[in-house]
Design a protein around this ligand. Structure first.
Ligand SMILES: Cc1cc2nc3c(=O)[nH]c(=O)nc-3n(C[C@H](O)[C@H](O)[C@H](O)COP(=O)(O)OP(=O)(O)OC[C@H]3O[C@@H](n4cnc5c(N)ncnc54)[C@H](O)[C@@H]3O)c2cc1C
Ligand SMILES: *[C@@H]1O[C@H](CO)[C@@H](O)[C@H](O)[C@H]1NC(C)=O
Ligand SMILES: *[C@@H]1O[C@H](CO)[C@@H](O)[C@H](O)[C@H]1NC(C)=O
Ligand SMILES: *[C@@H]1O[C@H](CO)[C@@H](O)[C@H](O)[C@H]1NC(C)=O
Length: 444
């Protein structure tokens, strides 16, 4: 049995790879925590902050505590209290979240509902039919085939301007004057195979960055630096942005976010005259053959799913995704989905999915000097106010009881076909990005 508590001595230097929610919140917590008073802290990212193609930078992220798992519900509620009060509250909006489903995904909805109700609050409204959903969300059209569909709105949920909140956190970290920020692409961990120790990283221009402890928080790119086969994989999710008029925005901006778990598609309230539609689905994989990140042999390779691009500009959404987003919009707001209204832009945004949906926040079992903080699974953003604290607790051997075991490095690798998933994904299964890019929508 892994122990949930162990002794810890602060390293003299820590290098964090990645300035997303995992990496930046960890830097913040290290600055605040006296144990690390004498530790030098470096944060490296391949992009200048804020990295526009990272998963932590976007117009919006949903903040909700309605999880099918009680520990995450409690943690999200704690994070939400901070969003409301001291943690970038100017970027947080409490509009409510309406979750609906028809078919098998109803199970997730009912389980979440049970948890949310066990938290014993009263701002929940159960939606029994499509007319209820229409009234609450302000959609133009009731779902025609929603017979038997179930949903609820939790008026205590909200959304946050993700980029705004990340910029706020970055400036808070800068105030400590402790963190050395470096822009550079890490190409490899420096691994000594005789001692099984990681002593830092090598950048693209061959510069080494040496540290006693390396924290790998590279999000969906993590599998390019560590063999994550059978543990975690990158999946691409769609985002599209539709320009709306100020009047259209005024009509919808105080309405709840609408999430249809059956398709994974959701619609955020418009902000800055942009309406965002996205899909929380099984996503696209992008199998890529790369040099084996842990092998000493230069000819060893492995094939893993990785983000497909290096800039937002070259990450267009495949026709299938644009079609799905437009069909969803047309089913709820026909006037916004007419062909004469093109999307302003679209993007594929990458999750790092683990097989259960749980994060991985743990010391690497094989390498001394390496800690991993990743596996956002499309749901980590809301935890930003508490995530760094969780990472540092796990790092120092004080794993919160709720999460004991849940976030540990998996003891065995499991073939992807056998992954259970987190139960919250809807929509198409098994799509490969390269195939979808060249597939015409008419084949759907
Ligand atoms: C479309 C979409 C919708 C989402 N919606 C929600 C939501 O509604 N609510 C919610 O709570 N969560 C949501 N999430 C999830 C949440 O945004 C992610 O879980 C979280 O942002 C992941 O953060 P991260 O730090 O792991 O990754 P990232 O933010 O991607 O950070 C990783 C960083 O590492 C850097 N990096 C990568 N490789 C290297 C390298 N080799 N060298 C140097 N730097 C490197 C990258 O540039 C990047 O900045 C959503 C995610 C997506 C994609
Ligand atoms: C930091 O260094 C100072 C001076 O060497 C020492 O007195 C102090 O105990 C150290 N603090 C920690 C937390 O290690
Ligand atoms: C959600 O999507 C499913 C599948 O397309 C659809 O049948 C249903 O009407 C939608 N709405 C609700 C409320 O479930
Ligand atoms: C809805 O969510 C909030 C936080 O997101 C949670 O604390 C609360 O218990 C839920 N509300 C209801 C009414 O169940």
């Amino acid at each position: 049995m892994a122990s949930c508590s162990s002794s810890f001595e602060a390293p003299s230097s820590i290098l964090i790879i990645g300035s997303g929610v995992f990496g930046l919140s960890t830097a913040y917590e290290l600055c605040k925590n006296d144990i690390f008073k004498n530790t030098s802290i470096t944060l490296v990212d391949r992009q200048p902050f804020p990295a526009p193609d990272s998963s932590s930078i976007d117009t919006s992220r949903i903040v909700r505590a309605d999880y099918a798992s009680a520990p995450y519900s409690r943690l999200a509620a704690a994070a939400q209290n901070l969003w409301r009060t001291t943690f970038a509250p100017q970027h947080y909006h409490e509009n409510g979240l309406c979750i609906t489903a028809s078919g098998p995904e109803q199970k997730y909805v009912s389980e979440s509902l049970a948890n949310v109700q066990s938290l014993a609050t009263c701002k929940i409204e159960v939606l029994k039919n499509s007319e209820d959903i229409k009234r609450v969300t302000g959609i133009e059209k009731a779902f025609e085939d929603a017979c038997g569909s179930l949903g609820y709105v939790n008026w205590s949920s909200g959304w946050v301007d993700a980029e705004g909140a990340m910029r706020w956190l970055r400036s808070e970290v800068e105030k400590f004057n402790r963190v050395c920020f470096i822009t550079g692409t890490v190409t490899r961990l420096i691994i000594d195979h005789t001692t099984q120790t990681v002593s830092g990283v090598r950048l693209k221009d061959s510069t080494p960055l040496v540290a006693d402890l390396t924290i790998l928080a590279a999000g969906a790119w993590t599998p390019s630096l560590l063999d994550m086969r059978g543990i975690a994989k990158a999946t691409g999710q769609i985002l599209v942005y539709l320009p709306v008029t100020p009047t259209e925005q005024a009509n919808l901006q105080h309405r709840p976010t609408l999430l249809n778990l059956s398709t994974g598609l959701f619609l955020l309230p418009p902000h800055n005259n942009l309406l965002k539609t996205a899909r929380h689905g099984h996503g696209y994989t992008n199998p890529t053959t790369i040099p084996h990140p842990e092998s000493a042999s230069p000819s060893a390779t492995l094939t893993v799913s990785l983000p497909s691009y290096h800039t937002v500009a070259d990450s267009p959404v495949p026709p299938e995704g644009l079609h799905a987003a437009r069909t969803f919009l047309a089913s709820v707001h026909p006037s916004l989905a007419t062909p004469s209204r093109p999307f302003a832009w679209s993007r594929v945004c990458w999750y790092l999915d683990t097989r259960s949906g749980d994060f991985i926040i743990d010391h690497h079992p094989d390498y001394k000097g390496l800690f991993v903080a990743t596996g956002g699974n499309g749901h980590a953003f809301k935890f930003l106010p508490v995530l760094g604290d969780m990472v540092v607790k796990c790092l120092t051997g004080k794993i919160p009881e709720d999460f004991c075991g849940l976030w540990e490095w998996p003891r065995e690798r499991v073939a992807e076909e056998e992954w259970k998933g987190d139960g919250s994904r809807g929509g198409p299964v098994g799509m490969v990005l390269g195939e979808e890019m060249v597939r015409a929508v008419s084949r759907l």
